[in-house]
Design a binder for this molecule. Structure first.
Ligand code: TEU
Ligand code: CA
Length: 587
């Protein structure tokens, strides 16, 4: 028996070697790191704003089911759902009171099972948000833990006595104010890096970790296909929770150096991987503020057995200084430099995720493109970058029809807790409503959260009732119905880009070589995979610019794969690119 097995083993080995030889001879590449989640395109759904099926003004799970055919038409492989668990909604679901139940407004567990099943039937996977840096203060663990100092759940969170008549340390919260809340019941403070209704879980307590792993397995056993892990690099805090004196002097967020990429985070993620993730064929993406490529490697390198990809924030910081509210013009050079740096750092060792907006960020066409004269062109150009750079693209709902930032007319049109806290803080400091409104009209998270624009009927076809948040007034011009009826729409451009990823492995796996690195208007690169090669050329400006193609490219009869203007197939050495023009050639 042993003999047969070992013979078979030898035979296999020889066969594999021959196969590798053969394919190398043919000029193809064998990539041992081929993965479905590298080839996939992810579509992010913010359920509250996607589609309302029952007229209460709030998007819901049956609403998503109704729109699955639309997503199938687009061609996406994976849906990432923002949190749908039971929640009092202090932070739209990022404050979870029961990990095993569905938010009342979104439907029932039966609705979820149906959604999962209907998505899978269409070949679409579902990735869930995993929010385990904190829970809601209405979660039963927290309710128990706040009851008394010797509650068995006390140590699930960070409870500390005050210091000098104030909080235990000087850390501040992401949403403004101190990161501590005093609780009169036991006379101690609890830590919350986000809202007061989002107490931080204590991951140093093994019981907390076991509870999280148990819950993750419960969802994975249901058949979900992965997790997007909310601020997962903040879960390990430095022992003693020291004051951050330097941070205090600098201003801005105080304390993060004591919990961002903290001392035990890799130990915990490796444990999670060993006990949970490694047992399933799933994808994971960690949301990680404060990471550089060097830090990122520790999370995503293949041999580390932690996560598949991260969402870093470096390119989200190119248009602000000090804080997200302090906006400055951005430079293409910075975007190129950051993207190339991340590509080179993770090349062959890990994998990048690609995003230009999400539920926390302004709309990409308003931020990095031109949402006025060149809305369609620039939306397509940004889509080109997103789908032809190396990494897994994440499309945020509405991006595929070129949805823009919204014009908010007054403070009471906003809903987001971060926005409203910022308003209160600035108002207290004496800033005028108009000045605050101007900042919010650039930066508020609510730009991403206005309802999906389905058609030109009332409320953009999102709801038959009163929407929970304002609909962007431009819905008559920008909506799905119109996009589907126009073969030159942003929607069909996305569809084609997604198809190109499926048709040509070079789009997914090809190495990147930057061209014109220091050009301030042109973003251009080649991708190579075995003997396959692509040339991507994008004009990020409103002017016409000249582009000189490298000789080996124009003399090799390139084929135009996609372009956002009418362009000829054959490329001359010199071409003039129109405003926001983008072209992808196969060589
Ligand atoms: O965001 C984490 C995060 O870093 C945000 O504070 C981000 O900096 C901010 O939204 C930018 O304005 C995640 C979720 O994506 C966000 O929606 C949640 O509010 C937050 O965690 C707390 O769970
Ligand atoms: Ca509803």
């Amino acid at each position: 028996m042993f003999c047969i097995a070992s013979n078979a083993y030898c035979f296999c080995k020889i066969y594999v070697i021959l196969f590798i030889r053969y394919t190398l001879l043919k000029g193809e590449v064998i990539d041992l790191h081929k993965k479905w989640w590298k080839e996939a395109v992810v579509y992010q759904i913010y359920p509250r704003s996607f589609y309302d099926s029952n007229g209460d003004g709030i998007g819901d799970l049956p609403g998503i089911i109704e729109k699955l055919d639309y997503l199938q038409e687009l061609g996406v492989d994976v849906i990432w759902l923002n949190p749908i668990y039971k929640s009092p909604n202090a932070d739209n679901g990022y404050d979870i009171s029961d990990y095993y139940d569905i938010m009342d407004e979104f439907g029932t567990m039966e609705d979820f099972d149906r959604l999962l099943n209907e998505a899978h039937k269409r070949g679409i996977k579902i990735v869930m948000d995993l929010v385990v840096n904190h829970t809601s203060d209405e979660h039963k663990w927290f309710l128990e833990s706040r009851k008394s100092k010797d509650s068995p759940y006390r140590n699930f969170y960070f409870w500390r006595p005050g210091k000098n008549g104030g909080p235990p340390n000087n850390w501040t919260s992401f949403f403004g104010g101190p990161a501590w809340e005093y609780d009169p019941q036991t006379g101690e403070y609890y830590l919350h890096l986000f809202a007061t209704k989002q107490p931080d879980l204590n991951w140093d307590n093994p019981q907390v970790r076991q509870e999280v792993y148990k819950m993750m397995k419960w969802w994975l056993d249901k058949g979900i296909d992965g997790f997007r892990m909310d601020v997962i690099n903040l879960i390990s805090k430095v022992e003693g929770l020291p004051d951050d004196r330097e941070g205090e002097k600098k201003g801005g967020l105080v304390g993060f150096k004591y919990y961002a990429n903290g001392p035990r985070v890799h130990e915990y993620l490796q444990e999670m991987n060993r006990l949970v993730l490694s047992k399933y064929d799933i994808m994971t993406v960690g949301e990680t503020p404060f990471v550089t490529p060097e830090i990122a490697k520790l999370y995503v390198e293949y041999d580390r057995n932690e996560l598949n990809m991260l969402f870093h924030f470096e390119h989200m910081d190119i248009d602000c200084e000090g804080s997200k509210w302090n906006v400055k013009p951005w430079k293409l050079i910075d975007l190129k430099r950051i993207m190339y740096k991340w590509y080179l750092a993770l090349k062959d060792k890990g994998w990048n995720s690609l995003y230009l907006n999400n539920h926390d960020q302004p709309r990409m066409v308003s931020r990095f493109g031109n949402d006025n004269l060149y809305r369609v062109e620039s939306a397509k150009l940004l889509a080109t970058l997103l789908h032809t750079w190396q990494g897994t693209p994440y499309i945020y709902q509405g991006e595929e029809i070129g949805m823009t930032n919204c014009k908010f007319e007054s403070i009471d049109e906003f809903r987001d807790i971060e926005t409203l806290n910022f308003y209160r803080e600035m108002n207290k400091k004496g800033m005028s409503d108009n000045d605050i409104l101007e900042i919010l009209n650039k930066r508020s998270r609510d730009h991403a959260r206005t309802p999906m624009q389905w058609d030109d009927s009332k409320n953009a076809g999102f709801t038959k009732g009163t929407p929970w948040i304002k609909v962007n007034p431009n819905y008559k011009e920008i909506n799905v119905k119109k996009a589907l009826a126009d073969k030159n729409s942003v929607f069909y451009y996305y569809k084609k880009l997604i198809q190109l990823r499926k048709m040509y492995p070079v789009v997914v796996y090809g190495d990147v070589q930057m061209l014109y690195e220091n050009d301030e208007k042109i973003f251009s690169y080649t991708r190579s995979y075995g003997s396959d090669k692509l040339l991507v050329v994008m004009n990020f400006s409103e002017e016409e610019v000249e582009f000189c193609a490298p000789k080996e490219i124009f003399s090799n009869q390139p084929e135009l794969l996609i372009s956002n203007y009418e362009a000829e197939d054959d490329i001359q050495q010199k071409i003039v690119l129109k405003p926001y023009e983008s072209r992808v050639y196969k060589i």
